[in-house]
Design a protein around this ligand. Structure first.
Ligand code: ADP
Ligand code: MG
Length: 243
């Protein structure tokens, strides 16, 4: 296992967001975390990244990182594409990407910048423009590019397709497959259940902060339980029959 999360608990004051969650990511896999709004998905990702305090044990690449500050986790090979993208609107595309390499000391940063621009020709054309003039889809590409600039082994993605046009949504999922094909392990939080199940190898379903289902996506897709769990008992035929 590249990542093992054991008995994760997250609270915000008296609000309990995550209770006793166990999650694993096998090296080379795409693993998805599904669940309705408020299920605790962002809390799990942010805890793994060390930007939200949590209880439990997190092991990454054989090391217990539970108490590590976020920057050390980045240096160890994790990067987060945060919910809502969080790019810096008043900085250029170039500068936003370079922010992703802030903890690196090697000499390959500029070469990696070129690789990101090969991956995102749209961004290459606009490299000196400000983040604020990019479309939502381009901002998402920039957020992904920024995370890749950290040279991660594990990419954590929080709802990368949210709010994007169908064209960009397809683009994002194609990119996720491409990145995984080149060896990157990915932990993907998504509300687009159908595409996430088609793309990921393994899936977890959270409900009200607890782990409800866990399985290979091929099995989860066929499970009537997923529709029930995810939608609180209501039937969701398109979700069950789509794969
Ligand atoms: N900063 C916060 N302060 C208080 N409650 C929060 C905070 N962040 C999230 N929560 C609560 O924690 C629960 C899980 O939220 P979150 O992890 O954002 O879920 P998801 O990403 O699945 O929508 C929700 O009930 C949410 O209202
Ligand atoms: Mg969220």
């Amino acid at each position: 296992m590249l990542l093992e999360v054991n008995s994760l608990n997250v609270s915000y004051g008296r609000v309990v967001a995550v209770t006793d969650v166990n999650i694993g990511v096998t090296e080379g896999q795409i693993v998805t975390i599904l669940g309705a709004n408020g299920a605790g998905k962002t809390s799990v990702l942010n805890s793994i990244m060390g930007v939200t305090p949590s209880l439990g044990k997190i092991v990454f690449n054989g090391e217990t990182i539970t108490k590590w500050p976020s920057a050390r986790r980045v240096a160890a090979g994790m990067a987060l594409v945060p919910e809502g993208r969080r790019i810096l609107l008043s900085l250029s595309v170039d500068e936003n990407l370079l922010m992703g390499a802030y903890q690196r000391k090697d000499r390959a940063i500029i070469a990696d910048l070129d690789k990101i621009y090969d991956l995102f020709p749209n961004l290459a054309r606009r490299r000196r423009e400000l983040g604020s003039v990019l479309s939502g889809g381009e901002q998402q590409m920039l957020a992904i590019g920024r995370a890749l600039m950290a040279r991660p082994r594990l990419l954590l993605m929080d709802e990368p397709s949210l709010g994007l046009s169908p064209l960009f949504v397809r683009e994002i999922f194609r990119l996720i497959r491409t990145l995984n094909g080149s060896g990157l392990s990915i932990l993907l939080v998504e509300q687009n259940t159908r595409l996430a199940l088609q793309t990921a190898h393994h899936g977890y379903v959270l409900k009200l902060g607890r782990l409800l289902l866990d399985g290979d996506t091929a099995v989860l897709s066929r499970s009537g339980e997923l529709a029930k769990a995810y939608l609180g008992g209501e039937a969701a035929p398109e979700l069950v029959h789509s794969v």
